[in-house]
Structure formats: C-alpha cells, structure tokens
Design a protein around this ligand. Structure first.
Ligand code: SF4
Length: 480
C-alpha cells in the first residue's frame, strides 16, 4: 500500500420524503474515497424492524442487488457505511452496518475511526463470556450496551451512553434503533461528522458534507466533539446532548484532536471539514509552501488528483506557471492490489504517466500532498526524468510523516514510513530529487481557520499523541 487508507465513511438519513436508504446510498457514493472494500445500508421500517444489506466491493456493486424492501415507503430512516478494512480484515462479517438483536430489540451500528482501547475491552468481554462475531472494534459497542440492558430497564439511550463512556480514541458512530437514529462524535473529535437538513423535511448526517449534494441536504454544522444527537424521525428537531465521559474531558479543557490529515489528503475538496472548506485550506497550504520553500523552476506540476489544489496555491503564490505534467488513466485497478514491489511500481505507471511535451527540457517542481512509503514517488520522479525533465524538485504540502496513526487512518507501521528515521536530505537522495521540502507544522496549522491550532491532531508528524497509543501495538492487527 503506497497511500494511507481511511477507515470508513458514514451517511445516515431520517425523515426524508425520498426513500432514506436510497439517499444514504447516494451519500455513500459521494464518499467512496473513504473506503472501497465493502458498503452497506441498514433501514428502519415504520413497524420497528431493521433491514440490512451489505456486500464487499464499491457502493455501486454492493447496492446493485439490494432488495426492493430497502427502498419502499415503509422505511423511515437508514444508516450507511463504506469500509476500508484493516482492523479485523476484509471478511464480509466485518462489513458494516452491524445488525444485532438485543433482547429482541434490533440495533444497527456503523462506525468511522479506531477505538484505541478496543483490544483490552475485547479481551475483557471475552473473559466474561461474550462471543464476538466480527474482528472489528465496532462490535464491542453493542456488547457494552447489551451488558447494561437489564439493570437500566432496557433504556437504550442510557445503555449507549454507558458504552460510550468506556471508549477511547476515534469514533464517529451512527446507531439505528426502533426509536430513531443517534449520531455521535468522540470527545476529541478526531474524525469529521456533519449535519445537514433537507429543506422539504428530513435530516442527513455524513462524514463529509460532499454527501449532502447527493441527498439534497443543506449544510447545517459539524456535529460537535462529544455530542450525541438523537433524531426521532417524527419531524421534530434533533435533541443534542453531551455523553458521559465527554463532559469529563471538556471540563479538563485540553482542546480537541481533529485530524489535520483530513484537510491535507483524505477529504474531498468539495467538503466542509471541521468547519473549514477543504478546497480553501488546500489552496492555502500550497501558498504557504511556496512562501516557506520557493523552488527555482520553470513549471509547477501537481500529482493528480490529491496534489492538485496545493499545486494551484503554490503556482499562484510563486508566479510560476502551473501545467499538467502528468496524465491519469482512470481505467486501471488500484495499485495496492498487487503484492510484489515490482508489480506495484508498474501499476503506479499504468495509473499516472508523465506528458513529455509538458516537462521536456524544463526544471519541474512537483507538488505532492504527502509522501508515505515513497515508492510511488520514486517511480514518478524516474518517469519524469525519462520524459526529459531537466531537473525535478518536489514540494510537499504537509510535514514529513514520521509516526504511526492510531486514530482511524491506516498508515503503515512507522518503520515503513520513508521519513521515519531519515533527514529530508536523505529522503531526497532516495527519491532521486534535485531538491525536496515539506510544509512546516506551523505552516500547515496556519491554513485552518475554524478552530484554534491546539484543536488539531498532528501526531503522525510530531509524535505528540493526544491520547496514549494502544499498549497492544498497531491497531490494524488482527485480534486473537
Ligand atoms: S495521527 Fe495523523 S492521520 Fe492520525 S489522526 Fe492524527 S493527524 Fe490524523
């Protein structure tokens, strides 16, 4: 894997005139970049049943054989999920939403993020006799709830609250019960989750607001960190509260830990994330990069597609022309499906090729959003030289990745990160560059405006983790 993967995207719809399941599927389609291994939708009917359809593959493939009942007029709410599966592997059992019967009450859950204390909670549950059906960190939320049912008089909200208070790390959750839909964002707000309203009636919750354009919803706001929002689906406004545990953290006043890498790479440029336009932040990162690290070059070339907006910003600020030095072939498979390094590199070339007439004889400044392992960069830089580039410089719109992420982004283990224990000069030599420079941490944080800079996680760059990493190692590893 040459690019980091995201652990999933969410879309929940309730109270819409158009079938909520259909809108949820459309919202997933707009967030396909957040996970391509599996997709699914759970639908609540007006008689309190929950129907579930999930399959491996892209949304269009997974939903192709969805039963008609999922989309009929009796459905009043739906939660959908796209999965990038690392925690627990890619078995269909680990696809989401997960649907269970809790003492006869149907409950479906979908999750984006990584619960960093999931390993210890799983072991504790197993010691107490719980039989876990999946390898996911998500399933533990349902088991923590079911333990509380009897002593809390089958009050689902109370049981959910208790389960949430035991979780650490990154979790945005959608929970569907016969009462309605809950949306939750963890107290540090690692991953984005936003609220939209459909003007003709109904509410949409999605990881990214780009989903709203597919569902007819208008952006209202981010779901706040530590908030639990309940939608009854009867036309009333959602109720908003803080869940136990979140209140504790807010009292400590330590700030949030919103993932800055959503702005650098993951989120789609058309989205609002953590209250800022991703498009605007990426342009600004490019501008700031140009001020911090000007390059003596003839042309600025973006790496499509993710380096595009930083490259536009770099070009505007530096006054150097932007040109498309690479062309992208949209009709090849993903690079990480091939296991050998040689095959992976040839997949990189099949996907993006240089345009010789745009780069030949020129001093090229390539703008990239990030460098993870470095393998794709090596191949592209070599290809640029073979296409006739006189010099190849690279500017990166975030700092060097030197540390693992435990909060919902699938970076390789840190010794696989090219910059982990190397200087920028060493990385430049390995990549075969004439020069290499990265945006500073301060520069990166100066580009977001909706929150103070202390409200962002930068751990994969700085090693300063906002909560302790899991003691049992890399969160992606399979549980015993
Ligand atoms: S460690 Fe990096 S990728 Fe992970 S949440 Fe923090 S900023 Fe995001």
């Amino acid at each position: 894997m040459n690019r980091p993967g995201e652990y999933c995207g969410l879309c929940g719809v309730i109270g819409s005139r158009t079938a909520p399941s259909a809108l949820a599927a459309e919202g997933l389609l707009a967030q396909q970049h957040r996970g391509q291994e599996a997709a699914g939708v759970a639908a609540l009917t007006d008689n309190g049943r929950i129907l579930l359809h999930k399959r491996k593959g892209l949304v269009s493939e997974a939903m192709a054989d969805a039963p008609k009942a999922l989309f009929d007029g009796s459905v009043k709410a739906a939660v959908g999920h796209v999965r990038y599966g690392t925690f627990g592997g890619d078995d269909i059992l680990n696809a989401q939403p997960i649907l269970v019967s809790m003492a006869g009450i149907p409950v479906a859950i979908a999750h984006n993020g990584t619960i960093s204390n999931a390993g210890s909670i799983r072991r504790d549950l197993q010691r107490k006799g719980h039989i876990l059906q999946t390898g996911t960190d998500t399933e533990i939320v349902l088991h923590l709830m079911s333990r509380e049912l009897e002593r809390n008089n089958y009050n689902m909200r109370r049981c959910f609250d208790i389960a949430l208070s035991k979780l650490e790390g990154a979790f945005c959750l959608l929970l569907l019960t016969p009462e309605g839909m809950y949306a939750v964002r963890d107290p540090l707000g690692f991953r984005p989750l936003c609220l939209g309203r459909i003007p003709e009636g109904g509410w949409v919750v999605a990881s990214e607001s780009i989903a709203f354009s597919m569902t007819g919803a208008e952006y209202v706001r981010e779901i706040g960190a530590g908030e639990i929002v309940f939608f009854s689906g009867d036309g009333s406004r959602p109720s908003v509260a803080r869940f136990d545990g979140a209140a504790e953290l807010f009292r400590s006043g330590d700030g949030l830990a919103q993932c800055i890498f959503e702005h650098v790479y993951f989120a789609r440029p058309g989205s609002m994330v953590f209250g800022d336009s991703v498009y605007r932040v990426r342009l600004e990162m490019g501008r700031r990069l140009a001020r911090e690290h000007p390059a003596d070059c003839d042309v600025v070339v973006p790496v499509p597609d993710s380096g595009m907006f930083a490259a536009i910003g770099y070009s505007r600020e530096s006054g150097v022309d932007l040109d498309m030095g690479f062309t992208r072939n949209h009709y090849v498979g993903r690079t990480f499906i091939d296991p050998t390094q040689a095959a992976r590199q040839s997949m990189v070339m099949r996907k993006i090729q240089p345009i010789p007439s745009a780069v030949a004889g020129k001093r090229v400044c390539v703008v990239e959003d990030s460098i993870v392992r470095g393998t794709t960069s090596i191949t592209r830089i070599k290809a640029l030289r073979e296409a006739g580039a006189r010099e190849v410089h690279m500017r990166v719109s975030c700092p060097p990745h030197r540390h693992a992420c435990y909060f919902g982004i699938d970076f390789p283990q840190q010794d696989k990160l090219i910059a982990h224990d190397r200087s920028v000069t060493e990385v430049a030599r390995i990549l075969g560059l004439d020069s290499l420079a990265y945006l500073s941490v301060e520069g990166m944080l100066s580009c977001v405006g909706a929150h103070p800079v202390r409200d962002y996680c930068t751990a994969c760059f700085t090693g300063e983790y906002p909560v302790l990493p899991p003691s049992d190692g890399y969160p992606g590893k399979e549980e015993p």
